[in-house]
Design a protein around this ligand. Structure first.
Ligand code: FEO
Length: 399
């Protein structure tokens, strides 16, 4: 993608990655991902905001060397994860007069990751400080743990542009357009749930602290490090991130189950039917042996009812269900109508095991149903009872 003007003196110079199969070697990228990088051009100096993953450096360099593009005097590093920082050594070599701009932790990480510590080429900034580019200025807002401790955002007041790092980001490479108003954004909004829950999901409190710092800014453009530039649909992007970071679910249910011989799977289907009969419209059933952890997390973060089912397996949870439960616990998901179900041949352990794993999170179970060996005559009645409890609990949750 060649440089694209976002607004006066702000150009998109980022790149697409359609080759990497898994982000962080974990999360599937069926639609690719973009590593967004921007230029802010002032009367005296130009700043490059974030760089790109090392393998995609040639595309970034082609953009920076395009005709009429001024050489950057600064590289502002909002975030040091290598999908944005991997090109730093090459950029330093390509632009010998360029200075790195970051906070104390950023600059420590530049040294730690890349062995670069030339103080004459580093400009340390603190929260709220500014950098003049001549006729315009950048202001730095420290937003630790959105997604790493050094994370910050950069504010360009004259055009109302927030360079937000990973915040408001989403999976999906960009297909010709960069501004949300120039594309069909359905894919990116859908992928936002997956991106948030997979990558940033643990740090809801930090995202909320960042929101508090941003609340008085007259935002016109949000330039994230991944996905579209939010402008026409900026409020929708902000709303999704706000709800996700508050752990507020939308009406709907996610059922994640494991099943070796179909019994636990049948319980999932019957429970879904009972939820449907009670008016739940968005129901997502995941066979944990087939669904990706990525999709299961996205739905668990999206909907306000969460149910986990597993057979007893080696006296604990079925492994793919165990991985899901651990990922939920890691992300401290809360504010859900939550329940479990299990099946066993000679030892019932699911309720206790899932309960122990989730004891540190704030998920409180409204109930559990357990089946021994085969589908029992009263299974539908048990499903109806559990569905009723889930629906009633969901109605009381903070929205
Ligand atoms: Fe896109 Fe946390 O890196």
């Amino acid at each position: 993608m060649t440089p694209i003007e976002i607004c006066k003196g702000v150009k998109y110079v980022g790149v697409n990655d359609r080759s990497t199969h898994k982000f962080e070697a974990l999360w599937p990228l069926p639609n690719g991902v973009s590593y967004n990088s921007y230029l802010v051009i002032g009367s005296e100096a130009t700043a490059l905001i974030d760089s790109v993953e090392l393998a995609t450096l040639p595309a970034l360099m082609a953009n920076l060397n395009a005709e009429g593009i001024p050489a950057p005097s600064y590289l502002v590093i909002n975030h040091m994860e290598p999908d944005h920082s991997g090109s730093i050594p090459e950029i330093l070599r390509a632009f010998p007069d360029l200075k790195i701009v970051g906070n104390r932790l950023t600059l420590e990480m530049v040294k730690g990751f890349y062995g670069f510590s030339d103080a004459s080429r580093m400009l340390e900034i603190k929260d709220g400080e500014t950098l003049s580019l001549g006729d315009r200025e950048l202001k730095f807002i420290l937003t630790p743990m959105v997604h790493w401790p050094e994370t910050m955002m950069t504010w360009l007041e004259d055009e109302g542009v927030l360079f937000s790092g990973d915040a408001f980001g989403t999976f999906g490479a960009l297909n010709g357009a960069v501004l949300d108003s120039d594309m069909d954004t359905a894919l990116y909004f859908r992928e936002m749930y997956r991106y948030y829950s997979n990558i940033v999901g643990k740090y809801g409190a930090a995202v909320q602290r960042a929101f508090a710092k941003l609340k008085d800014l007259p935002l016109k453009y949000i330039c994230s490090t991944h996905g579209p530039v939010w402008h026409a649909r900026l409020n929708e992007a902000v709303d999704i991130y706000n709800r996700l970071s508050r752990y507020e679910g939308e009406p709907g249910a996610t059922i994640v189950y494991g099943s070796m011989y179909g019994h636990t799977g049948a319980m999932a289907e019957r429970l879904a039917r009972q939820l449907s009969l009670r008016g739940v419209r968005n129901i997502r059933i995941h066979n944990a042996s087939e669904s990706s952890l990525s999709d299961m997390l996205a739905d668990a973060f999206r909907y306000d009812i969460l149910v986990v089912g597993s057979p007893t397996y080696s006296m604990t949870l079925f492994p793919p269900v165990s991985a899901f439960v651990n990922a939920i616990e890691t992300r401290e998901l809360r504010n859900r109508a939550f329940a479990t179900f299990g099946s066993h041949t000679w030892a019932a352990v699911v309720e206790k095991t899932a309960g122990r794993v989730l004891a540190t999170s704030k998920l409180e179970s409204v109930g559990h149903m357990e089946m021994k060996q085969s589908l029992e005559a009263d299974l539908d009645a048990q499903c109806a009872d559990l569905a009723e409890k889930l629906v009633q609990k969901a109605a009381t949750l903070a929205k």
